[in-house]
Design a protein around this ligand. Structure first.
Ligand code: NDP
Length: 434
């Protein structure tokens, strides 16, 4: 607390990892002697900068930009950029810390980083977003590079923002390289990148269910969020025969007892990516559904839950409601959506719980493959990348089982934390005291 004041989310993320790691480290004194965990909780580097831009009325606006290069032991830094009014250094440190473990779990050579700004894209015109992105990149470009640090999208940073930033990077450096991922398909993007986090989360849940000889077909699901991750979680669930009952946004949640099917989902995608409106619109289009203002969907009865909006959106009481309603699986599409209290409830009930750093690693994995394709200057087909995604999610699941298998259940939190830790820790040990 004294060392990192005012960073509660960072403390939470470290505590969750340390809980599971300390007993393991105590059994492996080489990590203890080299103070590996202490070193891993201190970012390699934190960059903070001013972003000055002009709004449509000609007013000069000032935001704060960050890049937290957390750990580069096993590859170039990699992790998304978040544009949201709530962004602080503490938020980005929590996300960067998690990213180190996640990237290691993907089996690809990527270090962990995160960045962003307290810029609020809500209500901004296209031109304002463009000017902000260009101003942001005008400083960030000197700290990143295809072999140094490769940012991507996150909350508030989708295809539009990545494109503006890539355009600016190209202009400043006069280089067409894979310095950002999540690019458009016409300029170096990868097939399946857009879908990867959501699809990957569903593939991970399929693996979890298989350990109990169960499957997704015929189940009901709660999905929270309606952004990139939630949209493609819902899409894959629908394709695999699961009935999706809910989606949510900052204004509340929708409950559609008939199920959100492909065409209703397309309505949501259009609403969120084109007109950027509230989910309240959904019930005007589909009156059999209900809209619950300012509420989260965890009280709806369903077999499966996919929190896919933001951190700490599901607390201990929500966890109790889910369990009381017979929910058998929680799969985190978002980063740290469940509080520590909620995770304790899932562990007590021994339901299948897939933590974000494992379950949502599909996005960064395909970003890694986007980097590979950029280096090779070619583009793999949708089917090819989708197959690789399924294989990677299976490998991540195997790793969680390897380190998380307990007598009568699989502790995926422990499995993901230790599984992600070992490779990074071994690389750091090999480098000596640096
Ligand atoms: P988007 O910006 O595309 O969507 C975010 C969604 O969550 C929106 O529906 C948004 O509502 C909702 N939301 C955001 N903040 C809040 C809040 N404070 N309360 C309630 N709802 C909120 O982001 P992504 O889908 O990309 O990211 C979602 C989560 O997944 C994040 O935790 C992110 O870190 C994580 N993640 C994303 C990856 C990716 O590839 N994109 C990869 C791995 C993890 P509204 O529409 O009203 O803004």
């Amino acid at each position: 607390e004294r060392r990192n004041p005012g960073q509660p989310e960072f403390h939470q993320a470290v505590r969750e990892v340390a809980d599971k790691l300390i007993p393991f480290i105590n059994k492996n004194p080489k990590y203890l002697a080299a103070s590996i965990l202490e070193r891993m909780t201190e970012p390699d580097r934190v960059i903070s900068f001013r972003v000055t831009w002009q709004d449509d009325e000609g007013n000069v606006r000032v935001n704060r930009g960050f890049r937290v290069q957390f750990n580069g032991a096993i590859g170039p830094y990699k992790g998304g950029l978040r544009f949201d009014k709530s962004v602080t250094l503490g938020t980005l440190k929590f996300l960067g810390f998690e990213q180190v473990f996640k990237n290691s779990l993907t089996t690809l050579p990527m270090g962990g980083a995160k960045g962003g700004s307290d810029f609020n894209p809500k209500g901004k015109s296209d031109n304002e977003v463009m000017r902000f992105c260009q101003a942001f990149m005008s400083e960030l470009f000197r700290h990143i590079g295809k072999d140094t640090d490769v940012p991507a999208g996150d909350i508030g940073v989708g295809a539009r923002e990545v494109s503006y930033m890539f355009g600016q990077y190209r202009r400043l450096e006069n280089q067409f390289t894979g310095v950002l991922t999540g690019k458009g398909l016409a300029f170096g993007g990868s097939n399946v990148r857009k879908e990867a986090t959501g699809y990957g989360s569903v593939y991970f849940s399929r693996e979890m269910l298989a350990t109990r000889n169960d499957s997704l077909k015929g189940k009901t699901a709660i999905v929270s969020g309606s952004g990139n991750v939630a949209q493609f979680t819902a899409e894959k669930l629908i394709q695999l025969g699961t009935k999706v009952l809910t989606m949510s946004d900052r204004s509340g949640y929708i409950h559609d007892p008939e199920g959100i099917d492909e065409s209703k989902l397309n309505f949501v995608i259009k609403l969120k990516t084109e007109s950027r409106g509230s989910l309240e619109e959904y019930v005007k289009e589909y009156p059999n559904a209900t809209f619950h203002k300012d509420e989260t969907p965890w009280g709806v009865k369903a077999d499966l839950a996919y929190p896919s909006a933001t951190q700490n959106e599901l607390d201990e009481n929500d966890a109790k409601k889910l369990i009381a309603n017979g929910c058998m699986l929680v799969c985190e599409g978002a980063n740290m959506p469940s509080t520590i209290g909620a995770i304790k409830e899932f562990e007590k009930a021994k339901i299948l719980f897939g933590p974000g750093k494992a379950a949502n690693a599909g996005g960064v994995a395909i970003s890694g493959l986007e980097m590979t394709q950029n280096s090779m200057r070619l583009q793999w087909s949708f089917e090819e990348v989708d197959e690789k995604l399924q294989m990677i999610m299976k490998k991540i699941h195997d790793k969680c089982v390897e380190y998380g298998q307990e007598e009568d259940w699989i502790d995926y939190v422990k499995g993901a934390n230790i599984g992600g830790f070992v490779k990074v820790a071994d690389a750091m040990l090999a480098y000596g005291v640096v």
